[in-house]
Write a protein that binds this ligand. Structure first.
Ligand code: ATP
Ligand code: MG
Length: 412
């Protein structure tokens, strides 16, 4: 037997309705907010992620599936959705189209990580990218979209953490003060953060190491260094969220430590799925499109991890609607009846009604068991009597109630 690769999962037939429900909800909510779907390739030139995700991130440093293809190009399986969308935006000249470009995607992502609950090597994201608008109302709208999606799939108990990491100017001032403070604590920091101190001190703020966390607690806070413009933007976003009835907590440790991320950043975090509690992360990235060779176009977006959503729903015992049930199972009692069953099933299917019949020459009792297993809502029994009269017994599986109908009545 050949096993599935580490960190990957099959979605089995009795579970796929859950995925379909999440995907359907994502599409509906995105449409409700005016977003259109974009699909980009599973792999890109590695350069897209080096520039579009950033050299100082965990993703680029240790998590990418990168290989040289037979033509000698460096190719990477997408570790996230934003960079590919940004590449496509630039390549297709979308900046001269309708702005803002309101885009969403559902995609698999690949990261070489240590597999554990909620952390896989192939996982899936629902993401949204709104490109071309600087108005704070689109920040609030992006967050509201994520929140609406979480509500609609049945997740109520997540906390929205909100922060602003300012613009280049305020961040430069802040970085200086932060670096000074961190340098004076360098001895008790983890090795990774010692390295981060030179490359990107902001990232230290979301380090999970206990010592680093303690140091961070007393660190200066970015919000005290925001310029007037960034302050005003952040206040507007908060006002709009309050108007929309969205609760949030300000958390100065939420950072997206890349130079082209700016202003609003946010995360939705749950306490119900252990360490991997972040189900959604997002923020504004006004420098990204320029970084990928486009013009100066603003952008904001988020990504939700679908596996984490499913995990959370399971932990919360939220029942996911299952509409993969079949409407009719037709049970013939003999060979002759079997032909009639085939005819009836074909007619029902043609009318767009889902139906199935016996393929295994089972006896009537075993057929009822099977109908129950496949979740058929109704069973039609065909015996010689029924065949003769053209009237069929239709049994409702959930209640046991019976009805007698002709074929015409059935198909109606
Ligand atoms: P974490 O801190 O948990 O590693 P991250 O900051 O790397 O998360 P993002 O890059 O912001 O995550 O991705 C957005 C979302 O995708 C996450 O909030 C999470 O729900 C999901 N996600 C990220 N990495 C994985 C993974 N390896 N397996 C499953 N889901 C993931
Ligand atoms: Mg990660």
């Amino acid at each position: 037997m050949i096993n599935i690769p580490k960190g990957t999962k099959d979605v089995l037939p009795y579970d796929s309705y859950k995925w379909q429900f999440i995907e359907k909800t994502a599409r509906e909510v995105a449409k409700n907010f005016g977003a259109k779907e974009i699909r980009t390739p599973t792999f890109e030139h590695t350069e897209v992620f080096l520039r579009g995700v950033g050299q100082t991130t965990d993703i680029v440093n240790k998590e990418m599936y990168t290989f040289t293809d037979k033509g000698g190009r460096s190719i990477t399986l997408k570790p996230e959705g934003t960079a590919g969308v940004a590449r496509s935006f630039v390549e297709n000249g979308m900046h001269s189209g309708v702005l803002p470009a309101k885009l969403f995607y559902l995609t698999q992502c690949f990261r070489y990580e240590r597999p554990q609950a909620g952390r896989l090597r192939e996982f899936h994201q629902f993401g949204v990218e709104f490109l071309g608008a600087t108005n704070p109302n689109i920040d609030a709208e992006t967050i509201l979209l994520a929140k609406t999606f979480l509500d609609k799939v049945g997740i109520k108990n997540v906390t929205l953490y909100l922060n602003s990491i300012g613009c280049k100017e305020c961040r430069a001032k802040y970085k200086k003060v932060l670096s000074e403070y961190l340098r004076s604590n360098i001895d008790s920091m983890c090795e990774l953060c010692k390295d981060r101190l030179e490359k990107n001190p902001l990232r230290i703020l979301d380090c999970k190491n206990e010592n680093c966390k303690k140091i961070n607690e007393k660190a200066p806070v970015i919000l005290d260094y925001l310029c007037d413009d960034c302050k005003e933007h952040f206040e507007s976003v908060q006002n709009l969220l309050t108007l929309a009835g969205v609760e949030y907590k300000i958390n100065p440790y939420i950072v997206r430590g890349l130079d082209y991320y700016n202003k609003t950043v946010f995360e939705f975090v749950s306490n119900n799925i252990g360490a991997q509690g972040t189900v959604c992360g997002g923020g504004r990235y006004d420098g990204l499109i320029a970084e990928l060779g486009g013009s100066d176009v603003a952008g904001i977006g988020f990504a939700v991890g679908i596996e984490r959503i499913l995990m959370l729903l399971e932990n919360l015992n939220v029942e996911i609607p299952n509409d993969s049930q079949i409407e009719y199972y037709v049970a013939p009692m003999g060979e002759k009846e079997s032909e009639k069953a085939f005819e009836i099933v074909s007619m029902l299917r043609q009318k767009g009604i889902s139906a199935d019949l016996d393929h295994m020459n089972r006896g009537i009792k075993a057929q009822f068991k099977y109908a129950d297993k496949i979740g058929a809502k109704k069973v039609i029994v065909i015996g010689s009597d029924e065949l003769e009269k053209g009237i069929f017994k239709v049994k409702e599986m959930s209640t046991g109630s019976e009805e007698f109908l002709s074929i015409d009545e059935l198909v109606k």
